[in-house]
Unconditional design. Structure first.
Length: 320
């Protein structure tokens, strides 16, 4: 028997470390950087004013998938601001050796990317897209915690973990009679981020909710994905991506203790719509009737519309 948190951690790591294709139409899901390079370019444009004032800015990406966001951001800086491009170092923190190999191939031409197992002290930006949702969560309800037994059945045991109790108190969730996902790993990750950042920013893009929206998910938000299909047999089916929506209130609340000040929290739709280069790309594509432009336009609209409300953007600063 193991806690749901341990079960999820094991499954997620097993999943990302296996060589089976996960991304694109041949895999299990699409992420925004996989859809179109306009996403990475928009992130690069958004971060540009923050990075250009730093002497030797470091970008540290958490969970980089196939490395496409890194590729598109670096290509953007190389073209738009060669001076900044020359000064940037791009680091990747990645749990999957298999994906590291793929990232190395995609990024080899830049000669400024390194992979790290721990976060260095740095000035710059720590960023992630669909990373926090892969961190494992404890699941609790009414003073009990969820475990999974050897047969893949759910077992509820009395909640003994004091850190979880403290979390529920801190977030004001104690009286709620519903499944609550407690991501202590997210809090730990945030601590590492804040410790690493001497001066700089933290950008998180992921699907998620705030405390005010918690009651919309009485059964929690954990889901399994395989071949672009939502699955509810996560305990028995092998090779599935398991994730839990990110509780952004936790990142904002615990961020306060750690000197991480929230500058922006908004939907991906509003975020992208505020970036001039993204809007002009949309406009340019809408006047182009070539099949490639029509397809790209539809991908950009997906980022703005269907993904746009589900995905949120959190931007925090430290030491500035
Ligand atoms: C859903 S994918 C997102 C990939 C990429 N950011 C994108 O948007 O296409 C999650 C990524 O996080 C990595 N990952 C998951 N859990 C991790 C962990 N505990 N530590 C480091 N990387 C992790 C996975 O290997 C994968 O690269």
């Amino acid at each position: 028997m193991k806690s749901f948190r341990d079960f999820m951690e094991e499954k997620v790591l097993e999943y990302y470390r296996s060589p089976r294709e996960k991304f694109s139409s041949r895999g299990d899901f699409f992420t925004a950087p996989e859809l179109d390079r306009a996403f990475g370019e928009a992130i690069a444009e958004f971060l540009h004013p923050y990075l250009k004032n730093l002497n030797d800015p470091v970008l540290l990406e958490l969970g980089a998938g196939r490395g496409l966001m890194a590729r598109d951001m670096l290509s953007y800086y190389r073209e738009k601001d060669p001076d900044l491009f020359g000064r940037i170092r791009y680091l990747i923190y990645e749990a999957s050796p298999y994906l590291i190999e793929r990232q190395r191939k995609v990024l080899e031409k830049f000669e400024k990317v390194d992979w790290v197992e721990e976060f260095p002290k740095m000035e710059g930006v720590i960023l992630s897209n669909e990373f926090f949702d892969a961190l494992p969560v404890h699941v609790v309800k009414g003073g009990r915690e969820l475990y999974v037994n050897e047969k893949g059945e759910e077992v509820w045991l009395s909640l003994e973990n004091e850190s979880i109790r403290e979390f529920l108190r801190r977030m004001g969730y104690e009286g709620l009679d519903q499944r609550i996902e407690v991501c202590l790993d997210c809090v730990e990750m945030l601590k590492n981020i804040a410790e690493a950042l001497i001066r700089g920013y933290h950008l998180v893009i992921d699907y998620g909710y705030t405390s005010e929206e918690l009651t919309r998910f009485p059964e929690g938000t954990v889901v399994g994905y395989k071949k672009h299909t939502l699955r509810n047999d996560i305990y028995v089916e092998e090779g599935m991506d398991i994730s839990a929506q990110v509780n952004f209130s936790v990142l904002m609340e615990y961020g306060k203790d750690l000197g991480l000040k929230t500058i922006l929290y908004d939907s991906q739709r509003n975020f992208l719509a505020s970036i001039p280069g993204f809007l002009s790309k949309l406009e340019e594509l809408s006047f182009d009737e070539s099949p490639e432009a029509v397809e790209r336009l539809s991908r950009l609209k997906t980022m703005l519309i269907s993904m746009g409300d589900r995905f949120k953007v959190l931007f925090q600063s430290k030491g500035l």
